[in-house]
Design a protein around this ligand. Structure first.
Ligand code: FAD
Ligand code: NAP
Length: 526
């Protein structure tokens, strides 16, 4: 059986950078990727309108100053084709593909304690071993495909935003339905509304959305000369990118001043909108003021008051679900060819050969687009059979994930997760969090090699404390109040638990750096 020092699973931004670092450090490394090219999220999610929601000067690698200088981002928020081009450019530039095996999905990982190695088996039946396995499998890489009765009877075309076809899809003039109004749904709806014949949107829960004010990337020229300092500052930010977060409390600020400052944030656009005041995520009244500001903006934009009300989120605090960054989403509902079905009033009863039955109405369509999200954070890890003797990761995590720092889980030695549950991951600029984890893991492996150690495992006490701390921090905020994918609430039967670490990217880095300096405190090195 072929043996490697390290097997990395996944060739998105995490796996690509991990390969580069390990190769440079002299580890024999192979990457296994289910898709037929690099890019991960940006390889799979090719739906119309897909783009990043964090500015491209932040949502990009920082590891190579030359790469930063030579790559041009055309827009403030790059679209999916450009981000995928970037991923491919990185693969070419560092000759990554020669160590990536595409079109292979890892099915199982089996720990052999005597040999101190993992056996990694792929869906083609091939097995190989590695001393270390790094799951760079993504937080949003396993689509959630809810069962809709009758879907198999539908005579038209069906698409999922999370696995959009690679060949062009022609929606021009067609009657299209979109199910789901999270970020993917919003972007798709906005992009296709002008080209389709008619569009009917099936909304279960409305989203808070702030404008992107997308356009040419004027900031790139400002940031390029100071990239090193700029990136260093981002790494210490709570969310891994710069928001100039305010320290004032909304609850103690004069209402007119609140209005003025929220207006300024709105005009700048983007996810920093909720960062003006420090109490928005912890004080329900402060949160409601900001939420109502967004609802008022919706009412100002959408001409039909009934539709505006249906589009206004009221059942969860703003920012307790990932906010959407939109480019004319609410304006779409002023078009004659667009209609909205509120599933709260008219639930989807079934799908027929002709379309979707919601309430008592059959909506006849040619195409259904599902934008129904992902089995987030634990989905890709639990999709594999990860086993150490009688213990499987799936069973261990049946009541929610348990990790130390989102990097390792007790009982599964030598297995790292990049942006795993209980790390800042999805609450941050993922590029910042990915690079931090990859650097941390690489440094750990170098340390272990230099000290003749071949086995590393999280300690029980460290894991228990970390899980408690992660939950306690979340409980001090309004975040657990939403039925969000952060909570696992979008997947029937999934245990509800706030999965990401909310303590902040900068704080997490300080903890992680301290753990490493203290010779990997909380980990047992053998
Ligand atoms: P992924 O990009 O998900 O890559 C994981 C790879 O692992 C995939 O290619 C998958 O095929 C492979 N894989 C998984 N399991 C297996 C297996 N068993 N065997 C073999 N291969 C496997 N984050 C931001 O910070 N800003 C954004 O603007 C932003 N926009 C997003 C837009 C969309 C539509 C989505 C879905 C997510 C977005 N994210 C964003 C989050 C995004 O997932 C991360 O930013 C980042 O791309 C994750 O990189 P990754 O390499 O960790 O994971
Ligand atoms: P999502 O936020 O989970 O949204 C899924 C949508 O589908 C929700 O509106 C959900 O309604 C609806 N839905 C799910 N099951 C349904 C059912 N059975 N019937 C009817 N409606 C159903 O997923 P997403 O939009 O793909 O986004 C996931 C995450 O990926 C984002 O939060 C973000 O982190 C990232 N992302 C980012 C961007 C970007 O702007 N860069 C774009 C896309 C994705 P409920 O809310 O009621 O569950």
């Amino acid at each position: 059986m072929t043996h490697h020092d390290v097997i990395v699973i996944g060739a998105g931004f995490s796996g690509m950078y991990q390969l580069k670092r390990l190769r440079e450090a002299g580890f024999d490394t192979v990457v296994i990727e289910a898709g037929d090219d690099v890019g991960g999220t940006w390889f799979w999610n090719r739906y119309p309108g897909a783009r990043c929601d964090i500015e491209s000067v932040e949502y990009s690698y920082s590891f190579d100053p030359q790469l930063e200088q030579e790559w041009d981002w055309s827009e403030r928020y790059a679209a999916q084709p450009e981000i995928l081009d970037y991923a491919r450019h990185v693969a070419d530039r560092y000759d990554l593909r020669r160590d990536i095996e595409f079109n292979r999905r890892v099915r199982s990982l089996d720990w052999d304690e005597d040999a101190t190695r993992w056996t990694v088996t792929t869906d083609d039946g091939r097995s190989r071993t590695a001393t270390w396995v790094i799951a760079a499998t993504g937080c949003l890489s396993v689509p959630s495909r809810p069962r809709f009765e009758g879907l198999e009877d539908f005579a038209g075309e069906v698409y999922w935003t999370s696995s959009w076809p690679h060949e062009p899809v022609d929606l021009a003039g067609k009657r299209v339905a979109v199910v789901g109004t999270g970020s993917s749904g919003l972007q798709t709806i906005t992009a296709i509304a002008p080209e389709v014949g008619s569009l009917v949107v099936f909304q279960r829960t409305p989203s808070y959305a702030v404008p992107a004010h997308n356009g040419p990337n004027e900031r790139l020229a400002e940031v390029r000369p100071i990239y090193p300092e700029f990136r260093a500052a981002s790494r210490m930010e709570r969310i891994g990118f710069q928001c100039d977060a305010g320290t004032d409390l909304l609850g103690e600020t004069d209402p007119e001043e609140v209005e003025r400052r929220l207006g300024l944030r709105w005009d700048v656009g983007g996810l920093c909108f909720t960062s003006e005041f420090a109490d928005v995520l912890v004080d329900a009244e402060a949160n409601e003021v900001v939420a109502e500001y967004v609802r008022r903006r919706i009412r100002e934009t959408v001409k039909d008051p009934d539709v505006a009300e249906k589009l206004s989120p009221r059942t969860y605090p703003i920012a307790s679900k990932r906010m959407c960054v939109d480019t004319g989403y609410f304006e779409v509902y002023n078009r004659d060819n667009v209609s909205l079905v509120d599933l709260g009033e008219e639930p989807i009863r079934r799908i027929t050969a002709r379309g979707i039955v919601a309430g008592d109405t059959e909506h006849e369509v040619d195409v259904i687009v599902f934008a129904t999200g992902f089995d987030a954070m634990t989905g890709a890890l639990n999709a594999m059979e990860v086993r150490n003797g009688d213990l499987t990761l799936r069973e261990k995590w049946a009541d929610g994930p348990r990790t130390y720092m989102g990097l390792m889980s007790v009982g599964f030695p030598n297995l790292f997760t990049v942006t795993g549950p209980q790390s800042p991951s999805v609450l941050s600029n993922m590029m910042t969090s990915i690079e931090y984890h990859v650097d941390w893991i690489t440094a750990a492996l170098e340390y272990l090699r230099a000290n003749g150690r071949t086995r590393m495992e999280a300690e029980q006490e460290a894991e228990d404390n970390w899980v408690t701390a992660t939950n306690d921090i979340a409980d001090t905020t309004l975040m657990p109040q939403a039925a969000s994918w952060y909570m696992g609430a979008n997947i029937p039967g999934k245990r509800r638990m706030f999965m990401p670490f909310l303590g902040g990217v900068g704080t997490y880095k300080q903890i992680g750096d301290g753990v490493a300096v203290a010779r990997y405190h909380g980990f047992e090195l053998v």
